[in-house]
Write a protein that binds this ligand. Structure first.
Ligand SMILES: NC(=O)c1ccc[n+]([C@@H]2O[C@H](COP(=O)([O-])OP(=O)(O)OC[C@H]3O[C@@H](n4cnc5c(N)ncnc54)[C@H](O)[C@@H]3O)[C@@H](O)[C@H]2O)c1
Length: 149
C-alpha cells in the first residue's frame, strides 16, 4: 500500500515546474490528482501531465482556473469535490514573480503578484477548509519564496 493511496490532492499551477513535479510525486504515492493551470497556452502541457499521472494508475484531471480569482477557486473546488468526492491535500503552488525596482514596478504588476502569490492562498484555503474540517482531516501546503521574504 502506498503512502497516499485513495487520497485526493489538488495542486495549483501544476502544468509545469515545481507544481508538475509535486503532482507527479503525490501520484507516485497513490494520490488522485486534480491540478490547475491558468493560460490557454498551458493546455497542451496540462493534458500531457494528466496522461502521465493517469499512467501511474491514479485518477487525474486538469482544470483551467485562476488561483487569484476568488470565484474561480470556489467553482474549482466544487467541481473537484463533485468529481473526486473529497479533498485531502491542497498544495498552493501557483506563483509568479515580477521582480523589479519599485520605481519601475507598475500597480498592475503589483496586483498580479499579490493576487497570484498571496490572495490565491486565501482563495483556495477558504474553499478547502470546510470539507477538510467536516472530514476532520486535511493537509494544506503553501509554497513560498525567499523573494516573498
Ligand atoms: N523556481 C524557484 O526557484 C522557486 C524558488 C522559490 C519559490 N518558488 C515558488 O514555487 C512555486 C512554483 O514555482 P515554479 O518555479 O515551478 O514556477 P513556474 O513559473 O515554472 O510555474 C508556475 C506555475 O503556476 C501557474 N500559474 C501562474 N499564475 C497562475 C494563476 N493565477 N493561477 C493558477 N496557476 C497559475 C503557471 O501557469 C505555472 O504552471 C511558485 O509559487 C514560486 O514562487 C520557486
Amino acid at each position: 500500500m502506498k503512502l497516499l493511496s485513495g487520497k485526493v490532492a489538488i495542486v495549483t499551477g501544476a502544468a509545469r515546474g515545481i507544481g508538475a513535479a509535486i503532482a507527479l510525486k503525490l501520484a507516485e504515492q497513490g494520490a488522485n490528482i486534480a491540478f490547475t493551470y491558468v493560460s490557454d497556452s498551458s493546455a497542451e502541457k496540462a493534458a500531457a501531465l494528466e496522461t502521465a499521472i493517469i499512467n501511474l494508475g491514479v485518477k487525474a484531471k486538469a482544470y483551467q482556473a485562476n488561483a487569484g480569482d476568488f470565484g474561480a477557486c470556489e467553482t474549482l473546488v466544487n467541481a473537484v469535490l463533485a468529481e473526486f468526492g473529497a479533498i485531502d491535500i491542497c498544495v498552493n503552488n501557483a506563483g509568479i514573480s515580477k521582480d523589479n525596482l519599485l520605481l519601475r514596478m507598475t500597480a498592475e504588476q503589483w496586483d498580479d503578484v499579490m493576487n497570484t502569490n498571496l490572495k490565491s492562498v486565501f482563495n483556495m484555503t477558504k474553499q478547502v477548509i470546510r470539507p477538510m474540517m467536516k472530514a476532520k482531516l486535511g493537509s494544506i501546503i503553501n509554497m513560498s519564496s525567499i523573494i516573498g521574504k
